[in-house]
Design a protein around this ligand. Structure first.
Ligand SMILES: [Zn+2]
Length: 507
């Protein structure tokens, strides 16, 4: 046991060690997962604009047409096979990437997250082709990034197709660094970042820096995913997308597609049970192991209530599904598009933290998943806004008194470094903070900036600001100046600068 829950309002950054849970015996669980209501096509039509309707099954009907905007988004088609012992998997992957930048690209990068120390796995590329031609990549950053130098620069508007075969060994012992977020533990296989992923290219060039273990790792553009997962027959699979299921004797094929999403997460276990509910046309599924049924059922209610609150105040979640999945991570919770991970045993350890962490991770569906941001270099726009957005859940659930209690907790967090050498600007990259500073400054001080803005504007105008920000940048990437430009329209430039100076730009 490494760390204890020091901070009851800590989330991804301030990890909790869950109470150890003995691995449960393998049970034979038939697929309890209801197939998507619309059957998915059996053939994958990658790189075919008319094939975009394939992805509409992951969207609520009123948002289905939005998929048509993503004909030039990266399209990933992955066939993944999980080994019977769950200690490895192999995959065949095709990616069509279109250069949507204004400059030619001489190279394309892929991130190989399983190779990072915080993931503790080992991904090996067995073959790699670009437009059908074998290429030899260059590995960088301890093999967590792979550079493919192109024979001809990829001009703006041009597309290239990559084909990759790879195998991955996953950790089966607890990963000490980071959050034990990846691998086979307690009969749960958690596979964030399991595939080679193309990062964001922006005015800094390719964003390939290695994230510090205490923060989030992925900064990528919205893409479309078809993922076919062949897993041992007893496994129940949760993913970012929607899946239908074809069982056979030893294995089950889960054929999944996503809506426009910037990442694709998978978690599976032979022990998972599922409890589901529907809110505002979204099916919410809670995946948990039998001994954690109380946690799973409580979590389902929190997700439903949080989704309702954020839909109402910010704008609608466009996808048909949202999953809450309990895994043996040592983070309180971790966000992925369409799927929220929460630590197993957290409810028994601290129901209060469990509730706030779950509501926080659901808010990340708006900030990070739908409105993307640079989680590594500008964590305040990601985590602090998410932290403050969680007050919408508390306001709806319990009224203004709950909001006050939540703000007091944010102040307590900031007080841990206020007036000390640990008090820093709130707009630094994750790597500029120690783990305790990161929790206090980004999740406390910077969240109080949004509270100050809320107090200056009032609830109604603050909601309008969030709605405009969401509508403007949904599926895209927003940088701090983008949020601040909208905020200035509501608060006025002078007031905004005063609040920035007080909470963000002053050590
Ligand atoms: Zn967070």
């Amino acid at each position: 046991m490494r760390r204890l829950c020091l901070l009851l309002l800590a989330f991804v950054c301030a990890a909790c060690t869950s109470a150890p849970v003995a691995p449960a015996p393998l049970t034979s669980t038939s697929s309890a997962f209801a197939p998507a209501s619309t059957p998915l096509p059996t053939t994958a039509a990658l790189a075919n604009p008319s094939g975009l309707e394939l992805y509409q099954v992951a969207m609520k009907p009123e948002f289905a047409a939005e998929v048509d905007r993503f004909g030039n988004a990266p399209q990933y088609q992955i066939d993944l096979t999980v080994a019977p012992d769950h200690a490895s998997y192999s995959a065949k992957q095709k990616v069509r990437y279109t250069n949507e930048e204004s400059v030619p690209l001489k190279e394309v990068y892929f991130r190989l997250f399983p190779n990072s120390e915080a993931y503790g796995g080992q991904l090996e590329i067995e073959s790699l082709r670009a437009n059908g031609v074998d290429v030899t990549p260059k590995y960088e950053l301890d093999e967590t990034a792979m550079k493919i130098e192109l024979a001809q620069p990829l001009k703006p508007g041009e597309a290239i197709e990559f084909e990759l075969d790879y195998t991955v060994q996953v950790p089966t012992q607890e990963v000490e660094l980071g959050y034990n977020r990846f691998g086979w533990h307690n009969n749960v296989l958690a596979l964030p970042g399991f595939f080679p992923l193309i990062p964001v290219y922006d005015d800094e060039g390719w964003n390939v820096e290695v994230a510090p273990p205490q923060g989030d790792t992925v900064f990528s553009d919205t893409a479309l995913f078809q993922v076919n997962i062949t897993a041992p027959a007893e496994d129940v699979v949760a993913t970012s997308g929607v899946c239908d299921v074809t069982p056979s004797d030893q294995t089950t094929m889960w054929r999944c597609v996503s809506g426009p999403m910037r990442d694709f997460m998978i978690a599976l276990s032979p022990d998972y049970q599922i409890e589901s509910d529907t809110i505002d046309g979204v099916k919410v599924n809670s995946y948990y192991r039998e001994e954690l049924a109380e946690e799973g059922e409580r979590g389902l209610q929190v997700v439903v209530d949080a989704l309702r609150a954020y839909n109402q105040h910010i704008g609608e979640y466009p996808f048909t599904e949202l999953d809450l999945v309990a895994t043996p991570t040592t983070a309180g919770g971790i966000e992925y598009p369409g799927l929220v991970v929460i630590a197993e045993g957290l409810f028994n350890m601290s129901p209060t933290f469990y509730e706030s962490a779950t509501a926080h991770e659901v808010a990340h569906q708006w900030w990070y998943s739908l409105v993307g941001n640079d989680q590594i270099d500008e964590p305040w726009l990601d985590e602090a806004l998410t932290q403050f957005t969680t007050t919408l859940y508390y306001r709806e659930r319990s009224g203004p008194a709950a909001l006050e209690g939540y703000i007091e907790n944010l102040k307590d967090r900031y007080d841990r470094v206020k007036g000390t050498s640990g008090d820093k600007r709130a707009d630094l990259p994750v790597s500029d903070y120690s783990e305790s500073e990161y929790g206090a400054i980004v999740y406390g001080k910077a969240a109080l900036f949004f509270n100050a803005l809320y107090e200056a504007l009032g609830a109604e105008k603050f909601d309008q600001l969030l709605q405009e920000y969401y509508t403007t940048y949904r599926y895209g990437v927003a940088y701090p100046q983008d949020f601040l430009a909208i905020a200035a329209k509501y608060a006025g430039q002078d007031k905004l600068e005063e609040l920035l100076k007080e909470w963000i730009a002053t050590p």
